[in-house]
Design a binder for this molecule. Sequence first.
Ligand SMILES: Cc1cc2nc3c(=O)[nH]c(=O)nc-3n(C[C@H](O)[C@H](O)[C@H](O)COP(=O)(O)O)c2cc1C
Length: 251
Amino acid sequence: MTEVISWLRMTELDRIGLPDFAERIALAEEEGFTGEPRRYPGYPTWPLPAIRRRWWPLFDTVLQTRRCHRQIDTTFPAPHTLARLLKASHGVTDEWFRGPTPSAGGLQAVELYLVHWQEAWLPKGVYHYDRRGHQLAQLLPTAEQDFWRENIPSLSQVAEGAIVWLIIGDGRRVAAKYGERGERFLLLEAGHLMQNLCLVSTSLCLTTVPLGGCFERPVARELRLPTGDHVLYAGVCGPVASVSHQKSRSG
Ligand SMILES: Cc1cc2nc3c(=O)[nH]c(=O)nc-3n(C[C@H](O)[C@H](O)[C@H](O)COP(=O)(O)O)c2cc1C
């Protein structure tokens, strides 16, 4: 059995383990353990425009037309478009920092980062989406294309793109309540968030392609992630090359 399979087995829930698991959850709830989205105080921030609800496009149309396009334009989305993409995918929409991404125990343990190296209104760099402030915190003022292409080999399967997504799981946030089973939840939540990014991208005439090939360790180092964090999922986003003229419809 490979290590991954044994980890999956080890974190399975069964009748014997259920009482301990339930007790652990009850204890965490008694202690009032809640999830607070990450922030980077003191880092340069870029506030994003407020977003109003749209009546179009139809959700069914978005579901039907979502595709992973391999020819992606490098044009960086306008401020309103990026703001909508982030807010609609992972913004705070309710109390306790709840948002569109389902979250185990409401711990909000997946964090969204983005990297871009295009000339744009947002300077090149590595950013964290501050869900509470609906703003971007700049972690690094540089983003070397070569570094990111080398460490996310799947980027070579897509022609260009404007933004690289990185979904990070906060292992410490889930461990307190769920122990090792919490790591499973992080993976599941990362999938939810990536799906949101895919669908919202489609609704904005963009595409997001999830990427499975990523060297997690160097990426974690580049992001200066704390111990306990996991690089879970990468993706690339940008205007679909053949319909990039429709960009002005978004925002
Ligand atoms: C977990 C996962 C990993 C993926 N990794 C890659 C990848 O490394 N490179 C790539 O070009 N597409 C990747 N994709 C996108 C799939 O290739 C794509 O979803 C598939 O071809 C079906 O096309 P569609 O999304 O347009 O329906 C990935 C998708 C998933 C769900």
